[in-house]
Design a protein around this ligand. Structure first.
Ligand SMILES: [Zn+2]
Length: 503
């Protein structure tokens, strides 16, 4: 029997606003003493009143617009009631039936994933369980941090697509500069709803409603939590799909529950039977009036939208004819994409000034930029655990470097030496080339002189070549290259050597 996986994602991300969601506490608790960035409001003391953070609301709407969502004209906050030690009020201020954003989508490479809603809420504190102790500690610094929750429709078909969606979403949060979205730091947290269905017994109604056929009952969905990396998104979902298929085939009864991903054991473990929304007794937050979002406000927010990864990815492939893989890596980080594009635009100006046409040269040059940037430069950056922000090479100098290679003024090994110096101290590649004495020898009379010397020094090899042992030529080329300390133009050496050996 064949099965289909049905996956939906719920992704939380902390906004990096200056202050918290409903009070003026500093929202950056990084490195601060536990419980030092708190006030009576975020600690939920009786008699205090929350006042919403306008920037957090605008960023939520901005994100919604970036993801093609509709924006509710009237939105409101609601209380989600539950008891947990890290939630001092006994309820979380969240959004229930009128989220800021709904009905959007995000393009990933192999499809369009529909987004059900994006709402804004407050984060909870953090429980800390010291090893070997019989007590727990609570740090409320995180309590009240603005938290956006994105919920997708259950239309994701496999674990790899779920991972890709999460990665693309992180890129967008970072492009918009509204969240650091670092999964290892808990700034972005993924939960997956996973179920499997026997093939052919259910169908989509409209775009994404799952409708059982006949009296067939849908299998319950399982929510998987504690997913702390993109790798874990993929591994946890894959594990859960296999587990559920096995349970069905073994005749076990699946129940709707929450399971936690255990990274060390690489398995999911049952945590609790899933609550339904009725258990949370949602009701409108009485201390915050509903929020009206008019067209003018939306227009003001829309003006802040920039080009985002899905569009940039398409444009890089169309405009520069970059391969999908190269474009994907360049676009993954806005600073990297901006850097590459500045280099390319310098090259374009140079091509235009030198009487060639950009259309004819762009593919070759953009590919050269991407290759030297992603393989050679990143080799140095990665070795020191750095990123594109740490780079000392200006786009102008990097473009000039590409020109030197493109014009054949240096060969590949000399280019690597020049780039290494540029990486360490920045500077003009033409000057570095001159300082290191690396300019390629193109002068034919100079090359011929060296070739004649090598021929004179190696009569035995020349004899072998003339007797038909063609591969001796490689040895002689090697001798010329070494006599010129690697600076000879290898193409010219090959041509000239052939001519002299024939003569
Ligand atoms: Zn506070």
């Amino acid at each position: 029997m064949k099965y289909d996986a049905i996956i939906g994602l719920e992704i939380h991300a902390e906004l990096k606003t200056k202050s918290k969601m409903f009070c003026s506490c500093n929202n950056d608790a990084q490195g601060k003493e536990p419980n030092s960035v708190v006030c009576p409001i975020c600690l939920g003391h009786p008699g205090t009143l929350p006042y919403p953070n306008k920037e957090a609301i605008e960023w939520t709407i901005l994100l919604g617009l970036a993801l093609h969502c509709k924006i509710n004209e009237l939105s409101k906050f609601d209380r989600k009631n539950y008891f947990y030690p890290d939630l001092p009020k006994g309820y979380q201020i969240s959004q229930y039936d009128l989220p800021f954003c709904y009905d959007g989508y995000l393009e990933v490479n192999d499809g369009t994933i529909k987004i059900t809603r994006i709402h804004l809420e407050e984060d909870t504190g953090k429980n800390i369980h010291p090893a070997g102790k019989n007590y727990s500690l609570i740090d409320f610094n995180r309590g009240g941090t603005p938290l956006i929750e994105l919920v997708t429709e259950p239309v994701i078909e496999n674990a790899a697509q779920a991972k890709k969606f999460s990665q693309r979403y992180q890129q967008i949060l970072r492009y918009l500069n509204i969240s650091n979205a670092d999964m290892e730091k808990g700034e972005m947290r993924c939960e997956a709803n996973v179920s499997v269905q026997e093939h052919g017994k259910w169908k989509y109604e409209g775009d994404c409603q799952i409708k059982p056929i006949g009296d067939y009952k849908l299998n319950p969905k399982i929510e998987v939590k504690n997913i702390n990396s993109f790798k874990a998104v993929e591994k946890a979902i894959d594990y859960e799909i296999k587990r559920q298929i096995k349970a069905i085939e073994d005749g076990e009864k699946l129940i709707q529950e929450t399971r936690g991903w255990n990274e060390n054991k690489a398995e999911t473990v049952s945590q609790r039977v899933k609550e339904t929304s009725a258990d949370y007794r949602y009701f409108p937050e009485p201390d915050i009036p509903p929020i009206k979002i008019d067209g003018q406000w939306i227009e003001e927010i829309k003006a802040k939208l920039i080009e985002l990864p899905p569009a940039k990815l398409k444009r890089f492939q169309e405009e520069y004819e970059l391969s999908p893989d190269d474009a994907e890596i360049l676009v993954s980080d806005k600073k990297l994409a901006d850097y590459a594009e500045k280099v390319i635009s310098e090259l374009r100006a140079w091509i235009d000034a030198n009487g060639d046409t950009w259309e004819r040269q762009k593919k070759k040059l953009a590919k050269a930029v991407s290759n030297w940037l992603l393989s050679e430069l990143f080799k140095h950056l990665n070795a020191e655990g750095k990123n594109i922000c740490d780079i000392k090479i200006t786009p102008e100098n990097f473009a000039e470097f590409i020109c030197l290679v493109y014009q054949g003024k240096v060969n590949s090994s000399a280019a690597q030496q020049i780039l290494e110096v540029m990486y360490k101290q920045g500077g003009d590649p033409t000057n570095i080339m001159a300082d290191l004495g690396l300019e390629q020898i193109d002068d034919e009379s100079e090359l011929e002189k060296t070739i004649q010397e090598i021929i004179a020094k190696n009569p035995a090899q020349v004899e072998q070549y003339k007797n038909g042992k063609e591969n001796v030529k490689q040895f002689l080329i090697g001798q010329v290259m070494s006599a010129t300390k690697g600076k000879a133009n290898p193409k010219k050496v090959t041509e000239l050597l052939k001519k002299h050996l024939a003569g």
